[in-house]
Design a binder for this molecule. Structure first.
Ligand code: AGP
Length: 616
């Protein structure tokens, strides 16, 4: 998954803004970067393997001409190793057509062969370079840049967001989209294009989104959108309320730390203006589109997501069962495609995704819809594919999440799913008005109870717990019931940013295998907070200690029983049991962050990862 930023203006030097915009997208992929600048003598292309900082250093050292038209890209390699010559932008062999691309061209070998046979000479191992040659082929034979791009993309199979400029058409920028996101920025003196809104917030707040199969011709003072059939479409821009500061680090060492500490505020942004306390109910926006009768009509709920969102989905299933008495199942979206084709009429499928661009989740959503099922998206990005294609929608309003390791988005997803459970419970009559009021009060009381998690003694506890994990190569996270998804999420956080192997496991399973691993070099993180699973978790901790294992326990502040048993304690406030996952996940996020920091890992951009996996 890559980052794209392009700009074309009536005047002024756009190069600094394009590079600054690219920086906000670096989390999407960061193994090489490049810039193309329109000059009076043609297009100048600069590319560098490594992070954007390597390209910036090269530009500073050798200079870069100012221009009112520029295009930049940061890459997460699919075809071709991350080298200078495989970095985007890519050109045709005359250097006239310049392309950046996010996605995969699945038939690039066939296109490569066809073009090579026509005499095109290639200089990289990428699928993207084939596009530059293919567009140039049509462009040289009389098509303008937009028409040439459409003809070329009609021959390409796969997923793409492409942006193209041409030395033969200075002042024009063309974008085309199939699956991979493309946003268009509308400014007073220019038009902009990017893979994500944060990249353009310093240039404009007005955006429109290309739909699948659409293309756009952009000039400094205008934009034309064409649908999959090549028909012109009119689309009004929407205003994005995010501020550039929200997309910046705000003084924190890492986006991930900023986003962990934003979580109490996320509760307010996601929940508080949706609570209808007197009715003991929740009111989602019109895009939710499910009234009481519809909510009573479902016999089965299915949740689908990937990664961290999968863990939130697991909690959603449990919360809907608890508050709405609705049975459900939760699937890795990637697995749904291999499941039996069953009737979908009486089911509602909830797709949970921060980015709204995860290919596995989108494919599963479309499969459900193809089978006649209804879909509800729980998503953080307005204008994302999920937000536009799901039949029903709840936005989490967490603000942009930039750290690759998802934290506040998980928090917002669980809060939204808790509210969904209240809404469905009230619609189905399994929650009385008074019970609904009590559940909403629990949510309102939660926010101030989280504050101690960010105070110095809590941070000292995290540092002490980190001492037990930094030296090891593998560990186990245990939880039961509502705390099992938290254990899974804590383990994912640790492994994805510290590179220490961590496995989340149902605590009840420990005796059925993993206990064979217990020794002083294989610590266990156990979530032992008050509730139905507490006593059994105490037993699990005792079983680990009896085998010289070491235990980090998440426990209620002041719990002396756990403190007497565990080697380290991460204290949490004692909150309503259904909301305990929101409190318990925070020290596990902080623990992963602290361990990764100690190990000198690249916390916001961990190796091999990308913020949103837009390929299957
Ligand atoms: C979370 O820390 C990971 N970066 C990853 O598992 C992520 O949750 C997953 O790729 C799903 O992304 P989405 O929520 O944008 O669909």
């Amino acid at each position: 998954m890559c980052g794209i930023v392009g700009a074309v203006q009536t005047h002024g030097n756009v190069v600094p803004a394009v590079l600054a915009g690219l920086k906000t997208l670096e989390y999407r992929g960061y193994d090489s970067a490049g810039l193309a600048v329109m000059t009076p003598h043609g297009i100048q292309v600069r590319r560098k393997s490594g992070k954007l900082s390597a390209l910036e250093a090269e530009l500073a050292q050798n200079g870069v001409p100012p221009s009112s038209q520029a295009l930049a890209h940061t890459r997460w390699a699919t075809h071709g190793a991350p080298t200078d010559r495989n970095a985007h932008p890519h050109c045709d062999d005359r250097g006239e057509v310049v392309v950046v691309h996010n996605g995969i061209i699945e038939n690039y070998a066939e296109l490569h062969g066809m073009l090579a046979a026509q005499g095109h000479a290639f200089s990289s191992e990428t699928d993207t370079e084939v596009l530059a040659h293919l567009i140039a082929h049509f462009h040289r034979n009389g098509d303008d840049l937009h028409s040439a791009t459409r003809k070329a993309m009609a021959l390409a199979h796969g997923a793409y967001a492409v942006v193209v400029i041409s030395a033969r058409e200075p002042g024009t920028m063309v974008a085309a989209r199939l699956e991979s996101p493309v946003v268009i920025g509308v400014g007073e003196h220019g038009r902009y294009v990017a893979s994500g809104i944060p990249a353009l917030l310093n240039l404009t707040r007005d955006f429109l989104v290309l739909e699948n199969g659409e293309s756009a011709r952009l000039t400094p003072t205008g934009h034309e959108i064409y649908d999959a059939r090549g028909q012109r479409v009119e689309r009004a821009p929407f205003r994005c309320e995010w501020t550039p500061e929200q997309a910046e680090k705000g003084g924190y060492a890492h986006f991930m730390l900023k986003e962990i500490e934003e979580q109490p505020d996320v509760l307010a942004r996601t929940a508080f203006d949706r609570l209808r306390d007197p009715e003991g109910d929740v009111a989602f926006e019109d895009e939710f589109g499910l009234d009481d009768a519809a909510l009573r009509g479902f016999r089965r709920l299915r949740f689908m997501a990937m990664g961290t969102s999968f863990h939130a989905a697991l909690l959603g299933q449990m919360l809907l069962a608890e508050l709405a008495r609705l049975p459900g199942e939760t699937l890795n979206a990637s697995e749904f495609l291999y499941s039996a084709r069953l009737p979908e009429e009486d089911s509602l499928t909830v797709i949970v995704s921060q980015s709204g661009e995860t290919a596995d989740s989108l494919r599963a959503m479309r499969e459900v819809q193809a089978r006649g099922g209804r879909t509800l998206g729980i998503c953080n990005v307005r204008g994302s594919t999920l937000a536009r294609e799901a039949r029903h929608l709840v936005l989490t309003h967490c603000g942009p999440e930039v750290g690759v390791a998802s934290t506040k988005a998980f928090f917002g997803q669980v809060a939204a799913l808790y509210m969904l459970a209240v809404r469905v419970g009230r619609a189905r009559g399994t929650l009385s008005r008074e019970q609904g009021q009590a559940r909403l009060l629990d949510l309102r009381k939660l926010r101030p109870m989280l504050d101690p998690l960010f105070e110095s003694d809590a941070k000292q506890a995290v540092e002490a717990a980190a001492d037990l994990l930094v030296p090891v190569r593998s560990c186990l996270y245990l939880g039961r019931g509502l705390q099992l998804p938290v254990a899974l999420e804590g383990a994912l956080k640790l492994k994805e940013i510290s590179y220490i192997h961590a496995e989340g496991y149902p605590a009840g399973e420990m005796k059925h295998g993993p206990i064979a691993l217990i020794d002083p070099s294989f610590p266990v993180v156990a979530i032992a907070t008050p509730g139905r699973s507490y006593d059994k978790m105490i037993s699990n901790i005792q079983e680990v200690k009896a085998r010289q294992g070491r235990v980090i326990a998440v426990a209620a502040r002041g719990d002396r029983k756990v403190a007497a048993l565990a080697d380290a304690v991460l204290p949490v406030p004692e909150v309503a049991e259904l909301l305990a996952p929101l409190a318990n996940v925070i020290p596990l996020q902080q623990l992963a962050y602290t361990v990764a920091l100690r190990l000198g890992r690249d916390i916001d951009q961990p190796r091999n990862l990308a913020k949103s996996v837009t390929v299957e």
